[in-house]
Design a protein around this ligand. Structure first.
Ligand code: ACO
Length: 388
């Protein structure tokens, strides 16, 4: 309104910003800038939402077409149970719920859920197969000093039981975390499911949906890792993280990965032992996966800005074009994704855990029913990709 009125009174207002800025009323010019930014942000949100929806629809359709069995160890957690009902209604996955059977029944009735009858429900404390899972756990952990009694106790724990179901091949993947911490799920997953043979180090990747007008990434997306798991990777581990992240970018974010291993140095511009680690990680990753478009060590601007990339790293197949960013350690990755999310207005979807022999993923404790639903669909896609 104010801008329209000003345009009528001052015809040059809209076209000669310097004039408006210096001669008329600087605060109203600033208002116009803010108004434009506000409209841009509104547009951004709708575009991000559309990109997110398109990708999620593709992921859900793939899950529906290749039904996987997903175990939800927090079966008596309200958001998890409601999401399970929707997943079963939509045929996204076969669901196994772990939790007190009576309580789940009561909650199902209280919430008026119509599809929970299609789920397999396992009550960990009244499980006729508890000894079978205890034996499996004992077998896996006896070399680490676990006793049969300890294994029996743990087979009655909802999270261990969920992980054991995945290990036993009775479930294709697991989603938890609405009530538990990252560590609660990660530790048993690392101890029991372990990593795929080619990987020693599990890591967590985020798909970042970038704001409209952002010239970086592919189709408005980038992938960042490790933002969730390994505090201080070695060069070997960093190479594995880079390889896994490129594969996640392809399988989950549906982009052709152009992967940069980041540093505060570009192609020898700085000398330090942490830079040496990134250089060595790049060498290992290239040697192991010559098929990947991957390079390092690159600074963030050299990785994503074409003009900086061509001046700092001429000839690099990645510099100036990277859509998959691998950070030198967890501190950097975790801080970077949160800053991009908050300062740039990107939407961060994840973390998707990569490198585990079977997919297990962790929700935020502040998650919504929708988050549980989406993470189950993503987990199904990981399971499908792993089987291929
Ligand atoms: N990859 C593969 N295996 C691993 C890893 C890893 N990164 N870390 C530990 N392991 C294995 C160990 O080898 C060990 O196996 P073993 O018992 O068969 O020998 C087992 O896991 C347990 O190892 P611990 O050292 O006892 O476990 P630890 O107490 O170090 O916990 C954990 C591991 C939970 C991953 C820890 O490193 C951690 O807390 N990481 C940070 C998680 C976090 O807080 N992230 C940020 C929040 S998430 C977010 O903001 C998105």
């Amino acid at each position: 309104m104010i801008i329209c009125k000003l345009r009528q009174s001052f015809p040059n207002f809209a076209t000669e910003s310097n004039w408006a800025d210096t001669q008329v009323c600087p605060y109203i010019f600033r208002f116009q800038q803010l108004n434009n930014r506000f409209q841009q942000l509104n547009n951004n949100q709708s575009t991000i939402k559309q990109l997110n929806m398109d990708l999620m629809q593709e992921i859900i359709a793939n899950a529906q077409a290749n039904k996987q069995r997903i175990v939800l160890p927090e079966g008596d957690e309200p958001r998890t149970l409601k999401a399970a009902d929707r997943l079963l209604a939509d045929g996204v996955a076969d669901i196994i719920l772990i939790g007190p059977a009576e309580k789940i029944k009561e909650m199902t009735a209280e919430f008026g859920l119509k599809n929970i009858g299609k789920a397999r429900i396992i009550d960990p404390m009244n499980n006729p197969e508890r000894q079978k899972y205890a034996d499996l756990l004992f077998e896996i952990r006896k070399a680490k000093g676990m006793t049969p009694e300890q294994a029996y106790d743990l087979a009655g724990n909802f999270m261990y039981l969920g992980i054991l179901l995945v290990k036993a091949g009775e479930a294709d993947g697991l989603v938890s975390g609405a009530r538990s911490t990252t560590g609660d799920m990660l530790r048993p997953a690392l101890q029991i499911i372990k990593t795929v043979p080619s990987v020693s180090c599990v890591s967590g990747a985020f798909t970042m949906f970038l704001p409209e007008g952002c010239p970086y990434g592919t189709d408005g997306r980038m992938v960042f890792a490790d933002c969730a798991v390994t505090p201080m990777p070695t060069a070997e581990q960093l190479a594995e993280i880079a390889i896994c992240t490129a594969d996640t970018a392809k399988a989950i974010a549906k982009i052709d990965p152009i992967t940069a291993i980041l540093s505060f140095s570009t192609k020898g511009s700085a000398k330090h032992e942490v830079v040496d680690k990134v250089i060595e990680a790049t060498r290992i990753a290239k040697e192991r996966r010559p098929d990947l478009v991957l390079d390092g060590e690159l600074q963030a601007d050299a990785a994503i800005v074409p003009s900086v990339g061509s001046s700092k790293a001429p000839g690099s197949p990645v510099a100036g074009k990277a859509n998959t960013l691998v950070f030198p350690c967890l501190e950097v990755g975790n801080i970077a994704y949160k800053l991009v999310q908050r300062l740039a207005g990107a939407e961060a979807v994840g973390p998707v855990l990569q490198g585990l022999a079977k997919p297990c993923n962790d929700l935020s404790r502040g998650c919504s029913i929708d988050d549980v639903y989406k993470l189950v669909a993503i987990t199904c896609n990981q399971a499908i990709a792993q089987k291929k």
